[in-house]
Every structure is written in C-alpha cells, then in structure tokens.
Design a protein around this ligand. Structure first.
Ligand code: BDR
Ligand code: CA
Length: 328
C-alpha cells in the first residue's frame, strides 16, 4: 500500500513561480494540500489572492481553502516584484478570474485552525512558505501552540551565497527581514525543524521553452497549458531558452527529499546593514569553535545541492500528465 499523502499547506505570493508550485502541490498524489494562505510579495495582496484562486480552479481544486493574510511587511514598506511577474503578478496570461472568494478569515486564523486540528489528530503538517514570511511570523508569535501541528517548515528563501533582490539578499527575506528573523527564532524556540530551499538551488530545475510548448499543446485550457504558459512567460521575460520552476522546487523537495543535499548550519538574518539587510548569514565555518556574537539559536537544514533534472522531470510529469518528453 502506498504511504498516506503528506499533509501540506502552502503560503504564497502568487507570483509566476508560486503558480508553478501550486499546480504541483494541487496535482501530486503524494501530497494532501490542506490549505493555501496568501501574503503580499510578488504582487499586492488582492492580486495574489486572485491569482491563487485562478490556479486552483485550473487545477480542479476548488475545495482547497484559501485565505488572505498580511497586506504588507512588518516594518518595511511594501515593494512588489511586478517588473518580473507582470502587471497582474502572474504573467498577464489573461486567464479568467475565479468566481470563488477566499475564506472570511485572516490567513493566520486559517493556519491556526488547520495546524491545531493536525496536532489533535497526530498528523502534523509540512508548512511550505514560498513568499515573504510575514504570515508565518505573525502565526508563530500569536499562536505558538501551533508548533505541535507542524512537522517541518520548508521555506523558499534566503541564500548561502549571492542574493537576487540585492547583491546580498534574496527577495522573500529582503521583503520582510524581521519576519524571517522571527520565524527562525520561533522555530528554534519551539523545536520546529526548518529546511531552507534558497537561491543556492532555486535556479537549477529548468524547463525549456520547447517543453513549455508541448505542455500548452497537450492541454491548452487546463493545468498543463497554464504550466506551459508560466514557463513560456519567464523564457520571454528573460530572453532565455529555459526557465526555472522556482518555488515549485521547494514542493519537489517535500515530495522527494532525496533530491536535495542539505547541510545543517547556523543561520542568522541580517537586519541592519545598509547593503546587507535581509541577507541570510549561513555560518559554514568548520569547525565552528567561537563566535563573538555567541552561537545563533537557529540551526537550519540548508539545501546546498539539488538534482535539478529530477525535479524538472517530477514537475513536468505531474503538471503535464506525462505528455512531455526531452531533457534540459
Ligand atoms: C522568490 O521571490 C519571488 O520572486 C519568487 O516567487 C520566489 O519565491 C525568489 O527570490
Ligand atoms: Ca514566491
């Protein structure tokens, strides 16, 4: 008998690559997608919610509860990334808007009810934030008891090397550094394991423009077609023959943890440097014998390598119903 599907919740700022992640989580039989929560990031919150509902509609997952959360970072001014993700935040693909509305509760309340229910049934949930960590910081500080219902936080964000929003900082952490620092601190205090799927691996799983074309041809109006359009948008935007599946790689890591190599390392979030604010300072000293700042509380499983080809194939097979050939 196959193992029971892994219960997961995604926290998203949909977002072209969040949409790739949602399609995978919505359609892969090894995952039980319990809820999706939304936060401002790649686009303003209203667009993030609309895009998320559209993707779930296309994926045929109308029953998955969706809630809107924080409309801005804790301290930073909001600054979206529509210069990358399009005016509507999801590639301006012109897909029909969902008729569905989000749950009449804040994302933090939806997370709380789902996680406490999971704690009661003894079936903790893998929480997969793919966006600025504002909702998750508010959740863990407001309702720390939800930790009993979380098996792991597997987040897309940060970097042990270079940034993308700035030379130092990755977008999700840069957008709300205080939230990221709070989440790492709270997880350490509450004993919640954390995996960081950061920029060190983010760009590795690639899908070609030709494969995107095959997806679109296979099922233009359905999930494969949307998946192909999302990749095609990125290829055109970056004038490239392939594009990353981005946030979807973190979902792949939940489905196939053997596809990433992790190192368990101390991580701090830089909150003050003018040019380094939002950097995840990953301490790779070996041996680490002394630090004048003291040892960081947060020790994180940092993804340092990924089987990009395997993750691309996993994504293509799931969203494309095994219709797409070729390698990358
Ligand atoms: C992250 O920022 C966003 O643009 C993507 O959706 C991803 O979550 C990468 O830095
Ligand atoms: Ca994202």
């Amino acid at each position: 008998m196959p193992p029971a599907p892994l219960p997961v919740i995604l926290d998203v700022d949909t977002g072209v690559d969040d949409a790739c992640a949602l399609l995978l989580a919505a359609r892969h039989p090894a995952l039980d997608l319990r809820a999706v929560t939304c936060v401002a990031g790649n686009a303003p919150l209203d667009l993030v919610v609309a895009n998320t509902l559209t993707v779930l509609d296309v994926a045929g997952r109308h029953e998955v509860p969706v809630a809107a959360g924080a409309g801005r970072p804790l301290l930073e001014d909001p600054a979206d990334a529509r210069h990358v993700h399009g005016r509507d935040g999801m590639g301006d693909l012109g897909r029909p808007r969902s008729a569905r509305v989000p749950q009449p509760v804040h994302a933090v309340e939806l997370l709380r009810s789902q996680l406490m229910a999971a704690a009661r049934t003894g079936e903790p949930i893998t929480l997969i934030p793919l966006a600025p960590l504002t909702n998750i910081a508010l959740l863990l500080r407001t309702y720390p008891a939800v930790a009993q219902g979380i098996s792991r936080v597997l987040f897309m964000g940060g970097s042990a090397s270079t940034g993308n929003a700035t030379a130092s900082a990755e977008f999700n952490v840069f957008h709300d550094p205080e939230a990221a620092a709070i989440v790492l601190d709270a997880c350490a205090a509450l004993g919640v394991p954390v995996t960081m799927y950061g920029l060190d691996v983010f760009y590795e799983p690639q899908v070609t423009a030709a494969q995107a074309g095959e997806l679109i041809a296979a099922d233009p109006a359905g999930p494969a077609g949307l998946a192909g359009e999302l990749i095609a948008y990125q290829c055109a935007r970056f004038e490239s023959q392939s594009a990353t599946i981005g946030d979807a790689g973190a979902v792949c890591a939940a489905i196939a943890p053997g596809g990433i190599v992790t190192r368990t390392l101390p991580v701090r979030v830089e909150l003050s440097g003018r040019h380094t604010r939002g950097r995840t300072v990953v301490d790779q000293r070996d041996p680490l014998t002394h630090d004048p700042h003291g040892r960081p509380d947060a020790v994180v499983d940092v993804a340092v390598d990924v089987d990009g080809a395997a993750f691309s194939r996993l994504w293509l097979d799931t969203v494309g119903f095994h219709t797409v050939g070729g390698g990358c």
